[in-house]
Each structure stands twice: as C-alpha cells, then as structure tokens.
Design a binder for this molecule. Structure first.
Ligand code: ACM
Length: 268
C-alpha cells in the first residue's frame, strides 16, 4: 500500500489558490492514500465566527470536496483533508475522506484547540474508514494529546492513523511515535508550515510532517521550510500483528476491568 502526505503553507482566506496548489501536487502522484493538513483550504486563524461562516463549506457538495473527488477519481487516490465544515448554523473542524470511487466520509474534530473553541462545535463521534487496502483511523491535530483517541481507533480496527494537523506545540511529533508503538499502527501526520498574522495574533506552524510505522520509526518526513509531497510503500500487515513478544499481544493483554476510571471526566 502506498501512503503519503502533502505539507502545505496555506494563505489565509485564499481557498481557490490553496486548493489549486494541493491539486497541482496531487497531480504528481497516483494509486495512493494521501493526507493533507487541517484547514488546508482556508488557513487557521479565524478572527470571528462571521469570517469562519464565509469560508466554511458543505460536505459533500462544497467546492473543496468536489475538487478532491475529481482528482481522487482521475488519479486513483484516497484523500484525507482538513476543512471547515458548515452544517446548518454550526461549524466543525473536520477531516474529510474521499475515495477514488466517490465515497465521502467525515470526522469532526472532538478535541478543539485554544481559540477553535470560540467558533467550532465539538464532534460527537470517532470514525474508522474501511478501504480496499486498510482501515484508516481519522483524527485531527490536537486529538494527538489524548491517547484515548488513537487507542479507541485501534480497538475499532484502525491500522493507519490519518492525522491532518496545524501543529504549534513542539511535542506532537514524538508523541505520535508513541501512539504508533502503543497501538501497533502506522500514522500519516500531515502538518502545515508558515506564520499566520491576523490582527494582534500570530502563530507559527511547525511542519515536520511524517509517516511513522508501528515500531515508532519515521519512514519519511519533511522539514519546516518547504511545501512537499512524500509517498512511501508500507506493508499494512505490520499493523495487523499485535504481538510484542511470544507472550505479549497489545490487544490480548489489555485488562479493561481495571480501566473504568479512564471513562470518568477527572478533576481539573
Ligand atoms: C491544533 O489542534 N490545530 C493545534
């Protein structure tokens, strides 16, 4: 199976330009599953809900999803990309899956980061997407800091974590390697680069997109300066064998009767 990522530097508000740039890079690849960063078509730093409302799109049917469906079909790709999704009067920070056959699935980010909480609504469920080659676990950026997310996705069958990001904190890249080891899965972390300045707020995104295997090894990665497309070949069977030693298996050795407190909210 071929998996890859686009690392991009979106320009805030320039949806057509941002989508066109992604399409130009996708045109260079075929027969692969490619992950594209969080909010890649709009940029990240919305000043207020009106601005978000003017840039959010319907899924399916909106401009970005329609363009992605077209190129997925033409190049025989599965594509996972981050987008601001409009549903009635609500907005979600969503990750959309489109297949070469026209299937569309959506995961709405559950763990909203910082000012995202001012405009976006929290998603209410997790999602594993089954393709002909692998089961894909959908997560978005800050979901990385909650080990419950990748664990739950793995328990539900995920073999490859698809992780569109706009990362700011420096720990995520190492943490994702741990998520891969503790769950015996691959991860495709597609991050963005660049600095966004909007009013008095400025954020710099960390790049370093990477593909990690179930041993926590980085199969390919990008720097923090340039836009790029990287694709690697993986053997997804590596994510199906959960044995760690002849006597240990990540799934069989779990002991859920002792884990009940995990489902409690906990004290702040
Ligand atoms: C993030 O969740 N975009 C940091």
């Amino acid at each position: 199976m071929r998996i890859g990522f686009l690392q991009l530097r979106p320009k805030f508000g320039a949806v057509k330009t941002n989508v066109r740039k992604a399409l130009n890079l996708l045109d260079k690849v075929s027969e692969a599953t490619i992950v594209i960063p969080e909010l890649f078509n709009t940029g990240y730093l919305f000043r207020n809900e009106e601005e978000l409302a003017s840039l959010a799109e319907k899924v399916p049917g909106g401009y970005t999803t329609s363009e992605m469906k077209k190129i997925a079909k033409r190049k025989n790709l599965n594509i996972v990309f981050g987008i601001a999704e409009k549903v009635g009067r609500k907005f979600y920070n969503s990750s959309v899956f489109v297949s070469s056959k026209g299937k569309v699935e959506v995961y709405r980010k559950v763990h909203l980061f910082d000012r995202e909480k001012l405009f976006f609504t929290r998603g209410q469920s997790f999602k594993v997407v089954t393709t002909g080659e692998a089961k894909l676990g959908m997560m978005v950026c800050f979901d990385w800091i909650f080990p419950e997310v990748s664990r739950l996705l793995m328990i539900q069958g995920a073999e490859v974590l698809c992780h569109p990001c706009n990362l700011i904190l420096p720990y995520a890249h190492d943490a994702i390697k741990t998520r891969c080891v503790e769950n015996g899965v691959f991860a495709i972390m597609a991050n963005r680069i660049g600095t966004e300045r909007r009013g008095t707020i400025s954020l710099t995104f960390t790049g370093g997109s990477q593909i990690v295997n179930p041993k926590g090894e980085v199969l390919t990665s990008a720097g923090d300066r340039s836009e790029s497309l990287k694709v690697v070949e993986i053997d997804v069977e590596e994510a199906r064998n959960k044995n760690i030693t002849p006597h240990n298996n990540i799934i069989a050795d779990r002991f859920p009767p002792l884990y009940k407190a995990i489902t409690l909210k906990g004290k702040r």
